[in-house]
Ligand binder design. Structure first.
Ligand code: G3P
Ligand code: CA
Length: 307
């Protein structure tokens, strides 16, 4: 029996491995990405930041302490600094105070306490080039896994003289991603960055939305009427109600021709009002989500196959 989907295209939604299979292995490691690919994720998601020498690498934050062993490196003790961020001041080690060679001496760690800690301090940080090599290698083997790339804090990097737009696009050109037919989205919370990418590229763009109440508090609210990108990356709180029902947000987006990718499903932290992540995933499929970010792509692939 043919399954029909309420997605914008009617095709099956894409499963996006959030920071790789980050529920199982430390996020943004090659092991996390490879596991996601083995589990059948359609896309892997690198969050990108920059080193002091302009190397793009995968890390969720501009700082390093949540996901690496940097605090255990005495040689870097004096690099710890307070910086202002959009979310308040933070004392930490910052990506652009380190060369890539220095960053390669760090090891990745699991950020979530309740998840497997036994893989800590085993895996290196990963450059964007290494991620591109991974997907190109997959393509050569006949499997086109996509890249759902997020630029993190581009306004900060451009303020210190490091543009992120050209390095991201140039790296993909240099590796021949387009010619290899590898699907790509570029996403960001900052509209200016996406506008800058749109001037240089026809890659489909996703405007990430932090969702209420923080969007208003941080001045980051964007109405569907003002979306100019192919789609939005919507916080699942915009779709899932706490009584287990769903909002009409995806229908309203689809009426305007806007894709909705939804973040983030976690098997170990189902949304309030849903018995488990499988129920949550089914609700997102019912609501017409065009893409779903999950820390556990294996579960999402199974739910989609059984749908
Ligand atoms: O990029 C959207 C999705 O990944 C959620 O955001 O904070 O996990 O990067 P974040
Ligand atoms: Ca992200």
């Amino acid at each position: 029996e043919t399954v029909t989907f309420k997605t914008l295209t009617g095709e099956a939604p894409i499963i996006i491995a959030h920071r790789g299979a980050s529920g199982l292995y430390p996020e943004h490691t090659i092991k996390a990405y490879e596991t996601a690919i083995e589990q059948g994720a359609d896309f892997i998601e690198p969050d990108l930041v920059m080193s002091s020498d302009g190397v793009l690498f995968a890390n969720h934050d501009g700082y390093l302490s949540d996901t690496t062993d940097v605090a255990d490196h005495p040689e870097f003790a004096d690099r710890k600094k307070v910086r202002q961020t959009p979310f308040g001041d933070r004392e930490d080690w910052w990506s652009d105070d380190f060369t890539w060679e220095e960053l390669k001496t760090l090891k990745a760690r699991q950020r979530v306490e309740g998840r497997a800690q036994e893989y800590n301090d085993q895996f290196d940080l990963v450059s964007f080039d290494e991620i591109l090599d991974l997907v190109m290698d997959q393509a050569k083997k006949g499997h086109k896994v996509g890249l759902h790339i997020e630029a993190k804090w581009p306004s900060h990097f451009s303020a210190v003289g490091m543009d992120m737009v050209a390095p991201i696009l140039d790296a993909m050109d240099a590796k021949g991603l387009k010619a290899a037919g590898i699907p790509v989205y570029i996403q960001c919370f900052e509209p200016q960055f996406l506008a800058d990418v749109a001037e240089k590229s026809d890659i489909p763009l996703i405007q990430n939305l932090i969702g209420p109440p923080y969007d208003k508090m941080l001045g980051m609210e964007i109405s569907l009427d003002d979306v100019t990108t192919a789609g939005v990356g919507a916080n699942k709180t915009m779709i899932l109600n706490e009584d287990g029902t769903t909002t009409d947000y995806i229908d309203r987006a689809h009426d305007k021709g806007v894709l909705v990718h939804v973040f983030t499903v976690r098997d170990d932290e189902p949304a309030p009002g849903f018995a488990d992540s499988r129920a949550e995933l089914r609700a997102l499929l019912d609501a017409g989500a065009d893409g779903i970010w999950t820390d556990y792509p294996g579960t999402a692939v199974e739910v989609l196959e059984d749908y």
